[in-house]
Write a new protein. Sequence first.
Length: 71
Amino acid sequence: MHHGLAYAHLRQILVVTSGSGMVATEHEKREINVGDVVHIKSGERHWHGAKADTTMGHITITLVGSQAAHG
């Protein structure tokens, strides 16, 4: 269930840990499942949640005041 688009004030990373759900922005909507990693940009309007017939567990990582580095 979702309650409409909300702003991500800081960059977020969602990691789906159980079930399945949906994630949407103003431009796209897609299904997400266990193991999927979703990147949400700072300031992006979005929503995410379980589909009507299932549950979805996830971890949200909010990136504050730093940039991720890959090495």
